[in-house]
Design a protein around this ligand. Sequence first.
Ligand SMILES: Nc1ncnc2c1ncn2[C@@H]1O[C@H](COP(=O)(O)OP(=O)(O)OP(=O)(O)O)[C@@H](O)[C@H]1O
Length: 548
Amino acid sequence: MRIEIERVAKRFGPVKANDGVSLTIQAGAVHGLLGENGAGKSTLLRILGGLVRPDAGRLLFDGRPVALASPADALAAGVGVLHQEPLDFPPLTVLESYLVARPRAAGAGGGARSLLSGHGRAAGVFLPRRAAREELLALAARFGFSVDPDEHVARLTLGERQQIELLRLLSLGVRALLLDEPTTGISGAQQEALFSALRRLKADGKAIVLVSHKLSDVEALCDRVTVLRHGKVAGEAEMPAGADRLVALMFGEALASQERSPEAGSGGAALAPLERLPEPSPEPSGGDALALEGVAFGDHRLNVHIARLAVRRGEVIGLAGLEGSGQRLLLRACAGLLRARRGRVVVGGADLTGRPYPAFLRAGVGYLPADRRREGLIAGLSIEEHVALRAPRRGLFLRPREIRRAAERAIEALRIRGRPDTPVERLSGGNQQRTQLALLPADLALLLLEQPTRGLDIASARWVWEQLLARCRAGAALLFASSDLDELMRYSDRVLVFSGGRVSPPVGAADLTLDRLGRMIGGELDDAALPSALAAPAPPPAPAGSDR
Ligand SMILES: Nc1ncnc2c1ncn2[C@@H]1O[C@H](COP(=O)(O)OP(=O)(O)OP(=O)(O)O)[C@@H](O)[C@H]1O
């Protein structure tokens, strides 16, 4: 399907999210949509997916003007959106989830069967459950996805859920697919499977729109890219265009001309590494920022055990692994949000084992969850209301003028695109992350971060790390979980690798290669990582000069 976007405009109050955007997405091509945080990419995707109505302009699908009042309208017109967090139903089985939104009770079967047979969309006929199962398995086999129709969606990884959602959209007969950061949080193997599925769909004549901050994804998949800036089209390029040109289109020449890192273009961030910190001192005054001794913790799925981990002040520890492998549990245990079943948690020399969350806060522990919208920030509250919630109270009352001034200072210092009274859900992803950072107290001893740069453009990601490393220079220790291997290798002194609840001993970042890290994440925790080795004392931090 060919999609034409003509002079599309969308305002949110004073913000021109899309400001006269025109572009054409060809059938049988992958079209990249790039731009810095807040450039207007999601808004355009949401307009194409029927989630947002434009104020002006028009859309033409295969030359015919369309008006999309809802996602159902977009689906009926042949456009499906694959959201970063699939819109599925955890209590359902895979087969039930696959059949959601079929025209008839148990599914009409036309889309998928026509896909398999190569014929046009058949009229809706009642599809018995067994036939639906066969259809799902055949469709999955076509794309090399391994699918168990009876498994519950809640037990699937993000990558597996994404595969089911992709199959569901195809079974509904979509002719255009819009993907929002599809490789975030999925494994390397799942990424490969997704890319080969997209290449196949492109060969079938589908139009594919890819929104991504990862230049490596864009370079691997796209035939053409459009760069948005402040809601307008800043430029278009045929691929391969070169990462430098894309960075220049997104951020201007100044950023693009900065010295580029050796792995530029192959990873999430294309810019040169930041200045290395002074090494965390081997025997710093004040001792370890964090010490874990024989701790065990878990949830209904996983049990994690760490025999010993000592983190020095100023040190950065990366937590690698597929999502849901135990990294989040460790961060929450260190934040006082999850009680260890046994063992000791010592922060800055104070034994906080079993103490409540406020005791961890008082000890200078800060925690930034990955899900900014649901856990980090409170929808409906403005930036200044968040500032007010964190402000130390003098007496019973908050002083509105002081709070407003504090919010203005935070907005200026962290260059947040928003006003004190902007509700946080109206900020773009990058600006929500900046707001979270602005809310962290200044004098933290231990910073715990999940996916600190997820969804951030490469300039913002670099900027966030500048802020984090400055805190390390001031003596804070940092533990961060990331699914971005480049980020882990670039900024960590040492890395712990998680695989299904098993944890490797800390590995010096200088001893890691992308390949070794990838294999460890895949379960090859090597001999050093067997549980008995966990009793070994933590090795010293990486030597000076590691890539950070
Ligand atoms: N529902 C909304 N209400 C108010 N403002 C909004 C809304 N949605 C988006 N905006 C604003 O519109 C602008 C464009 O946002 P959009 O989410 O489209 O950008 P983006 O390029 O997808 O950013 P990111 O890469 O951070 O996801 C931003 O300034 C954002 O704050």
